[in-house]
Write a protein that binds this ligand. Structure first.
Ligand SMILES: [Zn+2]
Length: 720
């Protein structure tokens, strides 16, 4: 369910005494944590007070915020007036604003500035926040009011959005156990608190392995094959660890993947690969296996308590797929052609290794390295030809161009003195519509650093809403590019550039929001729908308009040559077997773990046996092995939900064809249909209806298979 914490509303009662404040002498100034709860001040309708945030204030702020929201909710629950949408649902939207503000800043620290002090707060607060969330959904008087509004929602004078919001509240409460008896509620809350602690432990263990493990290279000779930019990043990483003159491979995806792609030294590749795929699986204090077993058992028990067959059935109920069976059906349709493609890819790679008389059999630490060689042989294309044109800052400008062309958004940098940031690497832009009206703010935090979780993501510091007056959204994009030498342009891989566009797609989804209520705003949509806007916008990276204008050589400033673009296009479906199997093996393990039900699961054994039964190619490892699968085990978010990326990609592929069938990627009419029916509506519309309104029909699997270069099943027609 959507976390109750996000179900916030503006609070007119910010001066409410907190437990701490009550003990204060009147002459003393307000406690410093109040700044985290107070309405945001400054330009743009207020901005997060990152300059005043102190880790020591997080816990008292969160506790005061929770107490405040419970008091607000108590007033709604005990309102003597008969329940109406306005005094119950809209009133709920107004609660918890102060807590929301504190949680947003705490969340930024938790994901990007995580140190021992933040981790201590996480361990303390995770179960308390879970219990707090249950206290709201288990409030019988409150649920009774919500149910009464829900029962008559279609007969009342409510707008479609208000009806949908009422449905969202009602189903969220029911799915969180609002209808259970007191004893079951008590057990449910105990489970949720225990899970919250286990999720925190899981995530902290992975982060610890990523922060503390690394491979040191002593001799420059061992760097053979690595491009200069990768070497520079490794030298910086060594220096940061007090080993000037050496080179370090950090245990993060952005450091590991370039090494696996280019390093000639095979035993170095193997060493780095083993470090990376064994995060959370080292057998020591950071080993996650026992934690996973506990999480799976508690999730299975919780699902039963709530009346569902398995955790997967519970999780998928309010997604677009609706059932695990439908999600499995899609995954199983794509798996065999993907595996078949991997066997072809491996055969191509083995041929090159044999020609080179390498005397090896392709192993997982060889895949990226030999795939590069195959690409060069087949398409006369290798990543090092592309990278010099992939300057981070230029590509960012390219994304702005895309947003301008498709949505009419323009981006203007914000003076650093005007808007505080939490780290000097963070920059802020204001976003305006074609009439020059403010749309929102975009924060950009591009570089890797210690304490920042790996990968890339978007989050909203504030959702767009207008039911109590216009509120503009604030969104952020985060990634982990290696910073390199000061003053030099940051060059990124094609894959990283794709991810950059992907996350920006999430940001544009948030920025396009045009709804009344914050709980159904922006990216607050079904998990298997939310990746659709982000994935579809990845496509614009490879358009000539973006590449010719923004893919400029970092030394000559010349645009990427036409022949090179043609080669990139020709190689578009290259290595799709690897990419699909790497992803899908993770998605299948996730779903099968959560369909396995109430049994004691040994994650290592389950992973091994399930992959073997699936016919997992020996040359590939899951993109996220179970002991490091943060999507699935550091929260409920993507649990039984990693399939969402594939589900969304069926929509993505089909939607892209809507552009290519019309006037091409920049077709204004199709872009408008996408914005009006998908990007701007949040969760005010059922996702299947939203898609149908955009496309004029339901999506089919055919476009997905074409996109990945797999055979299109016969019974599949374009529209079905
Ligand atoms: Zn995404």
């Amino acid at each position: 369910m959507k976390p109750m914490l996000a179900m916030a509303g503006a609070c007119a009662l910010l001066t409410l005494a907190t437990a701490d404040a009550a003990q204060m002498n009147e002459a003393q100034p307000a406690p410093s944590h109040e700044v985290l709860l107070a309405p945001w001040t400054g330009p743009y309708g207020g901005v997060p007070p990152f300059d005043k945030a102190k880790v020591a204030d997080f816990q008292p702020a969160l506790e005061a915020g929770m107490a405040q929201q419970l008091a607000e909710i108590d007033r709604i629950a005990s309102d003597p007036a008969a329940p109406t949408f306005e005094n119950t649902i809209a009133a709920m939207e107004r609660t918890g604003r102060a807590l929301d503000r504190a949680i947003n800043i705490y969340g930024v620290y938790s994901s990007t500035m995580n140190d021992d002090a933040v981790q201590a707060v996480e361990r303390e607060m995770a179960p308390k926040l879970a219990a707090f969330s249950d206290q709201i959904t288990q409030n019988a008087k409150l649920f009774d009011r919500i149910a009464k509004v829900y029962d008559v929602r279609e007969k009342s004078d409510l707008t479609p959005e208000q009806q949908r919001l009422t449905w969202v509240y009602y189903t969220n409460f029911v799915r969180a156990g609002a209808k259970l008896d007191a004893k079951a509620k008590e057990r449910l809350s105990a489970i949720n608190q225990e899970l919250a602690s286990l999720y925190t432990k899981f995530g902290q263990n992975v982060l610890k392995d990523e922060n503390e493990q690394f491979v040191t290279v002593d001799s420059a000779a061992d760097l053979a094959g690595l491009p200069q930019g990768v070497r520079d990043g490794m030298a910086e990483a060594a220096e940061a660890r007090g080993m000037k003159g050496k080179w370090v491979v950090a245990n993060t995806r952005s450091s590991v993947e370039p090494l696996l792609t280019y390093a000639d030294k095979r035993d170095l590749r193997e060493k780095v690969w083993r470090m990376f795929v064994n995060r959370g699986d080292g057998g020591g204090t950071t080993d996650n296996n026992a934690t996973i077993t506990q999480i799976l058992q508690l999730r299975a028990e919780r699902a039963k308590l709530l009346g569902y067959a398995t955790h997967a059935h519970w999780r998928l109920e309010n997604t677009m797929a609706k059932t695990p069976e439908r999600a499995m059906e899609l995954m199983e349709a794509v798996w065999p052609p993907a595996v078949a493609r991997v066997h072809e890819e491996v055969a191509d790679m083995q041929k090159i290794a044999d020609t080179e008389r390498a005397g090896i059999k392709i192993e997982p630490w060889d895949y990226r390295y030999y795939a590069e060689k195959v690409r060069k042989a087949k398409y006369d294309l290798d990543e090092t030809q592309i990278t010099p044109y992939m300057q981070l800052e230029n590509l960012r400008e390219g994304m702005f161009y895309m947003a301008q062309q498709l949505m009419g958004f323009s981006f203007k940098p914000v003076d650093a003195a005007q808007v505080p940031v939490y780290h000097p690497d963070v920059r802020v832009w204001e976003v305006n519509d074609p009439q020059g009206k403010l749309v929102g703010l975009w924060y950009f935090d591009p570089y890797a650093r210690k304490g920042k979780r790996s990968g890339a993501w978007m989050n909203a510091y504030r959702n767009q809403e207008r039911f109590d007056g216009e509120v503009k959204t604030i969104v952020s994009n985060n990634s982990n590019f290696v910073k390199g030498k000061p003053g030099e342009p940051v060059l990124i891989s094609w894959e990283d550039a794709t991810t950059l566009f992907h996350e920006f797609g999430h940001a544009l989804h948030g920025l396009s929001s045009n709804v009344s209520y914050p709980s159904v705003s922006g990216t607050s949509v079904a998990r298997d729908f939310v990746e659709f806007p982000s994935q579809v916008l990845e496509h614009w990276l490879s358009t000539p308009e973006i590449l010719n204008r923004y893919a400029l050589h970092y030394q000559t400033g010349k645009p990427i040559p036409r022949e090179l673009v043609a080669k990139i296009e020709a190689a578009e479906k290259f290595n799709e077997g690897f990419k699909t199997v790497e992803f899908l093996s993770s998605a299948l393990i996730d779903m099968k773990l959560h369909l396995a039900g109430d049994q004691k699961i040994d994650p290592d054994k389950f992973e091994r046996e399930t992959l073997s039964a699936l016919g997992m190619p020996a040359e590939i490892v899951m993109r996220h092995r179970t002991p490091q699968f943060n999507h699935v085990f550091s929260g409920d978010g993507y649990s039984a939900g990693y399939y969402s990326y594939l589900w969304s990609d069926t929509l993505t592929a089909d939607a892209w064809e809507a552009f290519t069938e019309a006037g091409g990627p920049w077709d204004k009419a199709v872009a408008k249909r996408l914005k009006d029916n998908v990007l701007s509506v949040g969760n005010t519309v059922d996702p299947a209806d939203a898609y149908r309104a955009f496309r004029g029909r339901d999506p089919g699997i055919a476009a997905l298979m074409r996109k990945r270069g797999f055979p299109v099943p016969k019974e599949t027609t374009a529209g079905k």
